[in-house]
Design a protein. Sequence first.
Length: 204
Amino acid sequence: MKISSAEFVTSAVRKSDYPAGELPEVALAGRSNVGKSSLLNRLAVKKGLARTSKTPGRTRLINFFLINGVFRLVDLPGYGYAKVSAGERESWRKMVEGYLSTRENLKGVVLLVDSRHPPTSLDVQMYGWLKHRGIPVAVVATKADKLSRSKLLRSLKVVRETLALAEGETLVPFSAETGQGREELLEVIGRWAGILCKETVEQK
Ligand SMILES: Nc1nc2c(ncn2[C@@H]2O[C@H](COP(=O)(O)OP(=O)(O)OP(=O)(O)O)[C@@H](O)[C@H]2O)c(=O)[nH]1
Ligand SMILES: [Mg+2]
């Protein structure tokens, strides 16, 4: 799949704010600072499309981006940031769970984990929760440029083991710096987004 256009649509907290219509959506989930917004910018080849930051907790709302005019990528606020209050954590849970459990447009979730560390207990929980709900998941190990090849391979093994990924389940090493993993991930997202997306590419 090729991305020929990407534009911000809207930010939302609750269901009534989500964009109307039936376009398929693929959401980006993962802990705060893992690189969700950077991944989105790299996929879209648009640096400032989604705001990124060295400080965790940059993305506070559910942000919708229209891709090729035919599907949406949804940048979710991250979990696991220690410095938020219990109240903020609860509002995060309501916002993200609300989206993931009720959104009919949702076709799959890209779950990002940091390739430099084993998945956290919250990553394991999130993965289990998505699988339990029958939502298709592709796991992405981010910041792959920060590891040597051998360390990356070892780390991918740990990710597979910790999340108990089955043989055929997708795990893509990814770097927003170098673009590693971009094509492979776009293939998965394209498949989820469905036939409409292929048609756009074929027309070109
Ligand atoms: N070296 C390297 N740095 C990365 C990569 N992806 C993200 N970063 C850096 O990690 C930090 C966090 O990235 P974001 O994309 O803002 O993370 P996020 O998951 O959207 O974070 P929240 O919005 O807080 O949930 C930024 O300083 C990025 O530049 C990567 O692939 N390689
Ligand atoms: Mg973000």
